[in-house]
Structures are given as C-alpha cells and as structure tokens.
Design a protein around this ligand. Structure first.
Ligand code: NDP
Length: 453
C-alpha cells in the first residue's frame, strides 16, 4: 500500500477504535481505491477518501418499550446517514442484539458503493437497534417498532432518508414502522420506507430481490465460462429473507440447493431442498418463527449439524459447485474458503454483506474461485427498493414480470460494469476490484462536482 493509503488507514483506525467491522470494510475498499488515486489525483486533492469514510451524520437515540408482562426495556437505536451525493440516504434497518455503531457504519459504508453500482439515484445509510426480535411476541415487536419510529421519523423522509429491512426487520416490522410514521406525520408517504406490503405501496419482487439478484449474478459469472447453474449443487447459508429467495431462484434455474442454516446450526439435504421443502421452511421461519433443526423431523433424508464454536464452519466443507453465503458478515474465514475450494466450489455469490473475511477472499483469488462480492452480488435488493421509490412517486404499480426483468437487467449491468472496470484497471476477472472501483468513481465524481461539503 502507498504511504498515503497507509496513513489514511491509520487515521481511520485511530478515529474509530473498537469498530473492527468498519475498519475491515474501509481497508477492503482502499485496496482497490489506491489504483484509482494513481490515475485521478484530483480525488486525492479534494480529500474524497477522507470525506467518504466520515458519515455525514450519526444519530443515536433511546428506544424505551414495555413488554407483555408490563416490564420496561430500553434499547439503543441508530441511523447512520453516510453519504447523500447520489440521492437520499438509502439502506436497511437491522434489529439484532449485536448491533452497535461500528457494525452499522460498516454496513452504511458498503451501501455507498453498492447503491452507486445500481446507477439509481440513491445515497447510503443504515440503521437499527440492539433489539432481539427472537422470542418476542408480535405485540412486543409492534410496541418496539412504534417507539423506534417515534424518534426516527423526525430524521427520515422520501427525499431525505429512506430505510428498508435487513436482519431482523422483515415485512412484519416494516408494517409496524410504516403505521407509526403515518400516524405521527399524518401523511401516507409511501416513499419513506421500502419493503412495504404490496397492498399498501410495496413493490412486487422486493422481498425476492436480494436472493434472486445474487443468483442472477452467479449466472452471469458462470456465463463468462460458458457454464450455467443447471444441475449445480449449491450451498446456501441462513434461512431468512435472502436465503429463502436464493433457494427459490436456484430451483427456477434448475440448480440443486442442498443446505440452509440459522444460528442453531445447518441442515444438509443431499436430495435437494425442493419447492415443497422450501415452502415448509418459509412457514417455519416467517410464520412459526421456529428453528432449522426442526427440518430433519419433517424431512428425514436430511442431517442437522448444531453450531459449535470452532475454527471452521462445517457447512462450507460440504462438497458442492456453488456457494451463496446469505446469513451474516464474516461467516466464511480462511479455512472455510479453503474447504469450499477443495470441495469443488467454483463460484461464490455473496447474498450477505461482507460474509467473507479478507483472508478468505485472498484464498478465492489464489485458488481460482470466481468471487462475487456482496456490494455487487446482493445489490438487487436495494435496486428494487429504488424501483419501489419510483413507483411510489409516480403512484403506479408495475407487474411482477416488469420488475423482475428490470432486476435481471440491473444485475447484468452491474456484472458487466465490474468486469469492464476490473479489466480497465489491470485486474481482469476481479469482481472485487471492479465493484469497489466502479462504485467509488461514481460517488467521487458526484462529490467532486458538488464542492467541499
Ligand atoms: P434475516 O433476518 O431474514 O435472516 C438472517 C438469517 O441468518 C437467519 O436465518 C439467521 O438465523 C441467520 N444468522 C444470523 N446470524 C447468524 C450467525 N451468526 N450464524 C449463522 N446464521 C446466522 O436477514 P436477511 O436474510 O435479510 O439478511 C441476511 C444477510 O443479507 C445480511 O448480511 C444482510 O445484511 C444481507 N442483505 C440483506 C438484504 C435484504 O434485502 N434483506 C439486502 C442486502 C444484503 P436465526 O433465525 O437463528 O436468527
């Protein structure tokens, strides 16, 4: 690394102590941005990088709520308004006990480049709370969401900041959040949140978009080698929104998904997770809010491996052709990456945000695994959120086929943009560099044009 980038990373580390995920995300991007700065000294002179690592605004607030037994709880809520050079802040809300400012800053930072890659007019943000929806009743989740929105509403708006879902925030939570916004502001502003129900301003294909998009991205990567997904055994982690629709699209395209997981462990179904089994998983996770271990009781052909602390996740050692990490950050370490490559995996398309550690990414490069980084491969979700915003402002609803077609086109374009940019910067075949550089230059140009703000 150059002295300049080295110094920059030291400053980021000094200014953001105890935020390892944020520093990891910045370091990963800087590896690529260094190449851009050599070609574009004007970005360096305008201190684009120094500005881009500093959120435009960080909001932290108290979220008090009362459980069903009448006990009072206090959580911490956040919204990181990271960068608005390209449009209103845009990015999801995460409700998870591990949420803290550093994790949301990493996610908001990733969102800058991801949203830029879609070429839609969206800036970057992320938010959430250290609230754990697991084990809570619907009424408790509702009261929490209402309290959360009572504060958040003063900071957001269709032209300012447009949150959506993420881990722990699905259709149920978006409904409660939107209801409270509408009540306090006395305005039915559909464009203030995306991921809404289709009956009240949501877009068809939004729930499916992240998973579908990650599969479309893998399809594009394979097509460069004249291959397709058909007949390929696919590892999928997680069992939430992204994982479920990844499995659905894999089935549409003739592939064979064979794993799913949650925090309790993973199931391996050598017969494949077919549509009937997927429907069962959707009911389990979205309605009964149960655990993946129950899968083996319903489908005895499968095995369940409980999660255990160890130096590798056995899910990634199951022999397969493709992998779709769709659970959480840093779920594939160096050893897992070696296991994936040795097990026959030729393509990794990241549905989750930053699921592979930097050493794991290096293994993919070294062992010739095609690697689609999250900021490109999972951009389909935010892209269809952008389409939901367009439909809301035009007060129209597009058909399922129209939205799916647009999603597919956007994923194709992102893929092409990554490939061409990587080639242009002397890193042929590296989607990692292509995504970082293409995303960065689009935002940097906008920041340059808009002056020092
Ligand atoms: P959900 O909350 O719907 O599902 C998350 C899934 O991951 C659950 O099955 C959960 O298990 C599992 N999980 C969480 N933490 C761990 C862990 N430490 N080990 C193993 N499994 C774990 O979230 P989403 O599907 O929406 O999000 C998944 C990933 O995709 C996240 O990285 C998110 O940031 C990213 N993403 C999501 C987008 C979206 O549109 N929703 C858009 C772009 C990226 P359990 O049920 O036990 O909690």
């Amino acid at each position: 690394m150059s002295e300049y980038v080295d110094q920059l990373l030291t400053n980021v580390a000094t200014k953001n102590p105890h935020e390892p995920e944020f520093r990891q995300a910045v370091e990963e991007v800087m590896e690529s941005v260094e190449l851009v700065l050599e070609r574009h000294p004007e970005y360096r002179d305008a201190k684009i990088v120094e500005r881009i690592v500093e959120p435009e605004r960080v909001i932290q607030f108290r979220v008090p709520w009362v459980d069903d037994a009448g006990d009072v709880h206090v959580n911490r809520g956040f919204r990181i308004e990271m960068n608005s050079a390209l449009g209103p802040y845009k990015g999801g809300l995460r409700f998870h006990p591990a949420v803290y400012i550093g994790k949301l800053k990493f996610l908001a930072f990733e969102q800058i480049f991801k949203n830029a890659l879609t070429t839609l007019p969206m800036g970057a943000g992320k938010g959430g709370a250290d609230f754990d929806p697991k084990g809570k009743t619907d009424t408790e989740v509702m009261r929490f969401c209402q309290s959360f929105m009572t504060e958040l509403q003063r900071h957001i708006g269709p032209d300012t900041d447009v949150p959506a879902g993420d881990v722990g925030v699905g259709g149920r939570e978006i409904g409660f959040l939107f209801g409270q916004y509408r009540r306090i502001r006395n305005v039915h502003a559909g464009g203030v949140l995306t991921g809404k129900g289709v009956g009240w301003g949501g877009s068809l294909i939004r729930p499916e978009a992240t998973g579908y998009g990650a599969v479309y991205f893998a399809e594009e990567m394979l097509a460069t080698r004249d291959e397709s997904l058909e007949g390929n055994r696919c590892l999928v982690s997680g069992s939430g929104n992204v994982a479920q629709y990844t499995v659905e699209k894999l089935l549409d395209l003739g592939a064979k998904p064979i794993t799913l997981s949650d925090t309790g462990g993973f199931v391996y179904d050598p017969d494949g997770i077919d549509r009937e089994k997927l429907a069962w998983v959707m009911t389990l996770k979205n309605e009964r809010r149960g655990r993946m271990r129950e899968y083996v009781e319903a489908f005895p052909s499968a095995t369940f491996t409980p999660a255990e602390a160890g130096d590798a996740n056995p899910l990634w050692a199951v022999p397969a052709d493709c992998a779709f990490p769709s659970a959480i950050e840093n779920e594939i370490n160096e050893k897992d990456a070696v296991n994936l490559a040795n097990g026959g995996v030729k393509v990794v398309s990241e549905g989750a945000n930053m699921p592979t550690t930097p050493n794991g990414v290096q293994v993919f490069f070294d062992m010739g695994v095609m690697y689609g980084p999250g900021k490109a491969a999972n951009a389909g979700g935010v892209a269809v959120s952008g389409l939901e915003m367009s439909q809301n402002s035009m007060r129209v609803t597009w058909d399922r086929e129209v939205v799916d077609d647009r999603l597919r086109t956007i994923m194709k374009r992102i893929h092409q943009q990554c490939r061409e940019t990587a080639e242009d910067y002397g890193k042929p075949g590296s989607y990692f560099h292509g995504a970082n550089i293409a995303g960065f230059t689009r935002v940097a140009d906008a920041m340059l044009a808009q002056g020092v703000i």
